[in-house]
Ligand binder design. Structure first.
Ligand code: ZN
Ligand code: CO
Length: 332
């Protein structure tokens, strides 16, 4: 599992620019797949044939991460950027970034900005250029960049990195695809694009699969110290089975089935009730005539910062529940 995380995590995959990561995932899953395809938006689908015909399962994990896009190059050679997705400007500032073409820079705040005035509009990237023409030889308007990947092992089981949202989900889905030899039903592992911009990729993907059962794998915030939002999920307490967030109420039948499998296999789990946020779960639930949708969430601290922190045991618990579900399916 850790090897998958390392491999996926080292790629740059800002919303709209997920192709390189898609190549890596396709390469890893090719030996286990009965079919691999990509659609016009860039969603990657890995198909595995089931033992029983008829029902279809869709698993979704998003490949994209939040990041920045170049909007202008200033006379000074500083690069102006806009956010792609829900950037926290305080958390992201003064960190190293990398562009898709390999150019490195540091994300900084405009000189003279008061602490309380830090916003995405005040962010610039210093790529070490003295003037505009030097900068323009290295990056151009429209180029994407994101924080440089740094995977830190804080302790035996705790790891920290940018883009665990949702590279951990990609690793969990890939693990299940590799470890479930014979799925109960035809299973479509979809690695989606542009989730961070409002689940844009999963909508057409779900429309194309038209699943009977759908499971998203994504991170969910787990509080570290203090808990002003009264979040229910704890780091290290196992896979979080989503009951609801602000975009979805999960299928009670499917949530119960996942909990039942976890009990049977003695996998640690907890329930997640979130008063905000949304994931690909909702797009799958309402695709076509609708389906049974649920989400296995990976408890994660400091979501949408360069130091998202997770517990490897939770990640493995998510992978084990997903693998069990794909192998055994549902009896309705
Ligand atoms: Zn996510
Ligand atoms: Co996110």
């Amino acid at each position: 599992m850790f090897e998958l995380i390392k491999k996926f995590q080292s790629e740059l995959s800002v919303s709209g620019g997920e192709n390189t990561l898609a190549d890596v995932i396709a390469g890893v899953l090719e030996p286990a797949a009965d079919g691999i395809s990509r659609d016009a938006m860039g969603n990657l689908t890995v198909y595995k044939k089931g033992r029983h015909g008829g029902k279809k399962v869709m698993v979704a994990a998003h490949m994209d991460e939040i990041g920045f896009v170049v909007t202008a190059i200033e006379d000074s050679g500083m690069v102006r950027v806009a956010n792609i997705g829900g950037i926290n400007p305080v958390a992201s500032s003064y960190s190293p970034v990398r562009f898709e073409n390999g150019v490195k820079g540091v994300l900084v705040v405009e000189d003279g900005t008061k602490l309380e005035d830090i916003s995405n509009k005040k962010l610039l990237v210093d790529i070490g250029a003295d003037n505009a023409s030097a900068a323009k030889r290295r990056v151009r308007v429209g180029d994407f960049c994101a924080c440089v990947p740094m995977l830190l092992r804080l302790s035996k089981n705790r790891v920290s990195s940018k883009a665990f949202d949702d590279r951990l989900g990609c690793a969990v889905a890939a693990y299940a695809a590799l470890n479930c030899k014979k799925p109960a039903f035809d299973t479509y592992f979809v690695f989606t694009v542009q989730e961070e911009l409002g689940c844009r990729g999963s909508k057409p993907a779900a429309f194309s699969v038209m699943p009977d059962y759908a499971i998203a794998i994504d991170v969910t915030p787990a509080p570290a110290a203090g808990n002003p939002n009264k979040l229910t999920v704890k780091l290290g307490a196992g896979a979080a089975l989503k009951v609801k967030d602000s975009s979805v109420i999960c299928s009670p039948m499917l949530v119960d089935r996942l909990a039942e499998l976890a009990e049977e296999k003695k996998i640690k789990y907890q329930y997640e009730v979130l008063t905000a946020g949304g994931t690909d779960t909702s797009s799958m639930q309402i695709a076509g005539t609708g389906c049974h949708a649920a989400c296995i969430s990976i408890p994660t601290r400091y979501v949408h910062t360069p130091v998202e922190t997770a517990d490897l045991r939770d990640v493995q618990a998510c992978a084990d529940i997903l693998t069990a579900f794909i192998a055994e399916g549902v009896e309705e």
